[in-house]
Ligand binder design. Sequence first.
Ligand SMILES: NC(=O)c1ccc[n+]([C@@H]2O[C@H](COP(=O)([O-])OP(=O)(O)OC[C@H]3O[C@@H](n4cnc5c(N)ncnc54)[C@H](O)[C@@H]3O)[C@@H](O)[C@H]2O)c1
Length: 248
Amino acid sequence: MVDAYRLAGQRAVVTGGGRGIGAAVCRRLAAEGATVLVLDRDLDMAQEVAADIGGEAVCVDVGDPAAVQEALRDGVFHVLVNNAGFDEFGWFTEVTPAQWQRILRVNLEGVLACTQAVLPAMQRARYGRIVTISSEAGRIGSKGNAVYAAAKAGALGFTKSIARENARFAITANVVAPGPIETPLLDQVRALGEQGTRMVAAMEAGTQLGRLGTVDEVAAAVAFLAAPEASYVTGEVLGVSGGMGLGG
Ligand SMILES: NC(=O)c1ccc[n+]([C@@H]2O[C@H](COP(=O)([O-])OP(=O)(O)OC[C@H]3O[C@@H](n4cnc5c(N)ncnc54)[C@H](O)[C@@H]3O)[C@@H](O)[C@H]2O)c1
């Protein structure tokens, strides 16, 4: 029997839930019965999503471990979706240490901070689903995004280690690696002008399916990994990238 309310009675926190992939994940988890805490550094966007789905919103920068602890430490969550991320494009020879620290702080350290904040309660409950949104860039690299790709690759090694450390608590940890998905993040690439438009076209051409993905296609994969029925899947990386990971 298929259970349409796989997450009934469950509490989920989705970082970067204010727009793009994160907002679609919030909507999907709520549609499957979860009560969702929409965490974003932009409170207005988070509140808008939370109001739509009957959830709650909280304004936190995931790159600030103390703020993350403060916001999440007392919550008991069944599901954590580490989705918040951002990029600053540039050839690596021109990237400054300040820039790479900004990128690593959100895309990698943010994942560490949020995971550490929710894990103790999951361990006590002997249940948890941690889903981290990485990127195909973390598996195959990406021109003009070397630090972002490093952070996203870091999330893979981190997730596999968390999967190993927490299997005894029946907590699973998996990664979803999207390819190019139509979100405001891609609009930022297009805003770079002709070079940006070319980059998006190249990403699209790099998929086997020859198109950009949608936020709902990513949310469906996240919902599967977040559900109780994904109980025998851990330490995995699920590409949602139109076959981009196949190369060629
Ligand atoms: N769009 C794509 O093509 C694509 C491809 C691969 C991976 N991803 C990854 O998917 C995730 C979501 O991307 P998106 O395209 O929806 O991006 P987006 O820019 O549309 O949305 C990102 C959300 O995260 C929030 N956020 C950013 N930094 C934050 C911080 N420090 N603390 C809290 N919230 C923060 C933003 O306010 C925004 O609501 C990111 O991790 C991104 O790296 C996206």
